[in-house]
Write a new protein. Structure first.
Length: 88
């Protein structure tokens, strides 16, 4: 039982590391637009039916909001991005 718990815990840590790394990479590439890019990727995953990808990029967007004070975050832009990705 304890072994299963540690496997689960290590898996969760790896997932967390992945979205934190993605957030840092997007911020390093384009800090003001990083949040929008993560939201665009989340919307694209959602439109494709990839729930795992959607959760990954939604968490990445949340991490960007946490670590990048200069990231632009306008809800009307996010809604527009989601609409564009769902129409494709």
């Amino acid at each position: 039982m304890l072994r299963a718990f540690y496997r689960w815990l290590n898996r969760r840590r790896e997932i967390r590391r992945r979205w934190q790394t993605d957030a840092r990479l997007l911020v390093a590439h384009d800090a003001p637009g990083a949040y929008y890019e993560a939201q665009r990727r989340a919307a694209r995953s959602r439109a494709e039916g990839a729930s795992g990808g959607f959760l990954q990029w939604a968490k990445t967007a949340a991490e960007i909001a946490r670590i990048a004070p200069n990231a632009e975050m306008d809800i009307t832009v996010v809604k527009k991005i989601a609409d564009e990705e769902l129409q494709k």
